[in-house]
Design a protein around this ligand. Structure first.
Ligand code: NDP
Length: 284
């Protein structure tokens, strides 16, 4: 079997195209969606992510503001910035780029963002609502993966999904969103014994670990759908995932590449959440 390649760039562009008319309507009403991105310090990877997010906003007509703060910023100073953005009617989404310098508690900052502006979907209120139902923003990476599966017409209900990784931003919310879509969910992590035993049961394998090529052809069953969240570098410095793509592509029925798979979907869902937030604000 040769796997269908799930093209995250193409699906992301299709979703962004759908967003354009919603953004246009908001602009016509005088309330374009607005995203504020707060960057503390000089982390090069964070700077790259932030500039990608801003570029995507500009392309779609989303108003965006970048607030850059020095590495030595105190938690109190950052909370003041967040509080001002909470009260700013032009801003519908607040994203504080992680990681933050050691002197700042990430939890305190995330909890200071108004849940209705938490377009990253990390606030405990949004996480709770994701679990119990109700209006919420979902974390962008797992939300993007659900959209990707739906876009490909993959029926999630009744499937056994095995997620490798249990982080708060990917693995755990991924499990919840798949459960909400009626999958049977298994979550594996660093203490899981015999990882391959679990992943081989999966109709859908989602790898979100951060270890290059952890998932090989021996970890999947014939016809599995394989989603690779990992972003790692190989010895030559080239971006690669958690899945041995070459080894798995002849066994899986569908697989995401790295790059060009999950990554573009994450930014797309940030744009979607920001647009949604502006629409909700307008309805109030
Ligand atoms: P974390 O480091 O927060 O979590 C990694 C998870 O993998 C942990 O739950 C850990 O288990 C588990 N793990 C570690 N080693 C093993 C192992 N040998 N077997 C099974 N599980 C293991 O990472 P993130 O969730 O933040 O990110 C995961 C990957 O996805 C990274 O490569 C990251 O760069 C990428 N990423 C990509 C995004 C995108 O848009 N494409 C967005 C976000 C992340 P334990 O809990 O026991 O420690």
């Amino acid at each position: 079997m040769t796997a269908e390649i799930i093209d995250g760039r193409k699906i992301g562009l299709d979703i962004r195209e759908e967003l354009k008319s919603r953004i246009e309507k908001l602009r016509e009403s005088g309330q374009p969606p607005g995203l504020a991105v707060v960057l503390v310090g000089h982390n090069q990877a964070s700077k790259t992510y932030v500039s990608m997010k801003q570029k995507a906003c500009t392309e779609l007509g989303i108003y965006s503001e970048l607030i850059e703060l020095p590495e030595e910023t105190t938690e109190a100073a950052l909370l003041e910035v967040v509080n001002a953005l909470n009260e700013n009617d032009r801003i519908h989404g607040i994203l504080v780029q992680l990681p933050l310098p050691d002197q700042i508690s990430e939890a305190a900052v995330i909890e200071a963002i108004k849940p209705e502006k938490d377009v990253d979907g990390f606030h405990p209120v949004n996480i709770g609502r994701m679990q119990t139902g109700g209006e919420a923003f979902y974390p962008c990476t797992p939300y993007g993966i659900i959209k990707m599966l739906e876009h490909k017409g993959i029926n999630i209900a009744g499937k056994h999904a095995v997620i490798v990784g249990r982080s708060n931003i990917v693995g755990k919310p991924m499990g919840q969103l798949l459960l909400n879509k009626h999958a049977t969910v298994t979550i594996c992590h660093s203490r899981t014994e015999n990882l391959a035993y679990h992943t081989k049961q999966a109709d859908i394998v989602i790898a979100a670990v951060g270890i290059r090529h952890l998932i090989t052809a021996d970890h999947i069953k014939d016809g599995a759908i394989v989603i690779d969240v990992g972003m790692n570098r190989d010895d030559a410095g080239k971006l690669c995932g958690d899945v041995d793509f070459e080894g798995c592509k002849d066994k899986a029925s569908a697989i995401t590449p790295v790059p060009g798979g999950v990554g573009p979907m994450t930014i797309t869902m940030l744009l979607a959440n920001t647009t949604e937030s502006a629409e909700r604000a307008r309805m109030k």
